[in-house]
Design a protein around this ligand. Structure first.
Ligand SMILES: [Ca+2]
Ligand SMILES: [Ca+2]
Length: 414
């Protein structure tokens, strides 16, 4: 005869609702049946000698609101745009939100209450979802003004004042990161006055260069030289000029700009043009843009679908800020913000009228942007460096005046 020593051991089982759910066809939801349950434990499924009993009682059926996503209109806002925020609210509880019961949502941008929705009362069935749109805000507007470039946090809170009894009140908040994008550069040439030296045939007039339609074109007579002049109507800060060539492009041309139509500055002398789309960065204040075709690439004329002249991303016609404050020396003020993503402002201090160049270089010394180029009067010039298309890393901003230069280190972190 052998003897056994029994040593008591406590085993704990945690049962979650997942172990009890069944699909209730009548209600169309996953339910848990109230009543008595037995839990059995043993060495195998045929031998479960240890058991315990417990019962589940019916609780109050409640809805459970959960914010599943935050959306914005427009979805990719540009700086300066009005943004309306929306939330998708799911009822993952076991009781519907009946029609007539408001489903309120507050929207918080960078920690500040921006707008809210208090007009949705169409009800949400069990397992259903509602798209709830901000309809009001602290200033009486339902829109948030996208005033700063870069990423920002936006939080939506369902039922913020706790009107609705839910199975969980702790899951009513969702925070996501969204982004404000730099505005698309404005095409200053659109519908402006164009003069051309010749037209190949009716229907190919110079006005086709600035009609905003990329299938209509200007074509010159089949001879060199030919010229296009665009009058922007006023002096603007110009970041670049884009040429959309047809098959009959220029092998050699000069692109020039002028503030008064008399003194012309050469922006580019192309000697080996390949047609297609060419972008010429200018970074200058000008009223007139002139394209002088010197040598055609084909036996045909000069033919372009469109010429775009993009406004400088700075502040239109660049003027010194606070003209009464005149700096005492040339300098680059620390950029703000730093580190930045994706844009930062550099202030250029100019004590007297001078010919200056402000460029940005990567850590290999390669120039990646021209921020200012030309003659500027005394003042402080804040200029925006937009690095949306560049990668993270160290950049150097460089100011050059009369053979001297000043450099400032900047850090972009994406
Ligand atoms: Ca909830
Ligand atoms: Ca066109």
């Amino acid at each position: 005869m052998s003897s056994y020593i029994y040593q008591p051991t406590t085993v704990t089982f945690t049962l979650s609702p997942d172990e009890f759910y069944y699909y209730n066809e009548t209600r169309g939801s996953f339910d848990i049946q109230a009543g008595q349950y037995i839990a059995r434990v043993g060495g195998s499924s045929k031998s479960l000698p240890v058991f315990g009993m417990f019962s589940l009682a019916d609780g109050t059926r409640k809805p459970d609101l959960l914010i599943t996503n935050i959306k914005m209109m427009p979805p990719y806002p540009q700086r300066g745009e009005k943004v309306v925020i929306l939330a998708t609210v799911k009822n993952q509880g076991v009781d519907p939100v009946p029609a007539g019961t408001p489903v309120n949502v507050s929207f918080i941008v960078r920690g500040k209450l921006t707008s809210w929705s208090d007009h949705y009362s169409a009800g949400i069935p069990v397992g259903g979802m509602a798209l709830v749109c901000a309809n009001n805000g602290p200033s009486g507007s339902n829109a948030w003004n996208a005033d700063t470039l870069g990423s920002f946090s936006v939080t939506a809170v369902a039922d913020p004042d706790g009107r609705l009894a839910e199975t969980s009140e702790a899951n009513n908040t969702l925070t996501v990161e969204r982004r404000v994008y730099p505005p698309a550069p404005k095409n200053l040439a659109l519908k402006k006055k164009v003069t051309v030296t010749s037209v190949e045939a009716p229907g190919l007039e110079g006005s086709n260069l600035v009609d905003g339609i990329y299938t209509t074109r200007w074509s010159s007579q089949f001879s060199d030289p030919q010229m296009v002049t665009i009058d922007l109507g006023d002096i603007y800060s110009i970041s670049d000029v884009v040429l959309y060539w047809e098959a009959a492009y220029a092998k050699e041309y000069f692109l020039q700009s002028s503030a008064d139509g008399n003194l012309w500055i050469e922006e580019k002398h192309q000697t080996n043009g390949a047609g297609s789309v060419e972008k010429i960065v200018t970074g200058r204040n000008a009223r007139y843009i002139r394209l002088l075709g010197a040598q055609r690439a084909t036996v045909y004329g000069y033919s372009l679908y469109e010429i775009e002249v993009h406004e400088g991303i700075s502040t239109g016609a660049l003027q010194p800020r606070n003209p009464s404050i005149v700096p005492t020396e040339f300098s680059l003020a620390p950029n703000y913000p730093n580190p930045f993503n994706p844009a930062t402002t550099v202030t250029v201090n100019i004590p007297e009228t001078a010919n200056i160049v402000v460029t940005v270089h990567n850590y290999l010394g390669k120039e990646v942007a021209t921020l200012l180029k030309g003659t500027y009067s005394a003042g402080r010039y804040p200029v925006l460096f937009d690095a949306s298309n560049l990668c993270s890393g160290v950049y150097f901003c460089r100011l050059q005046v009369a053979g001297k230069s000043w450099t400032r280190k900047m850090m972009m972190l994406k």
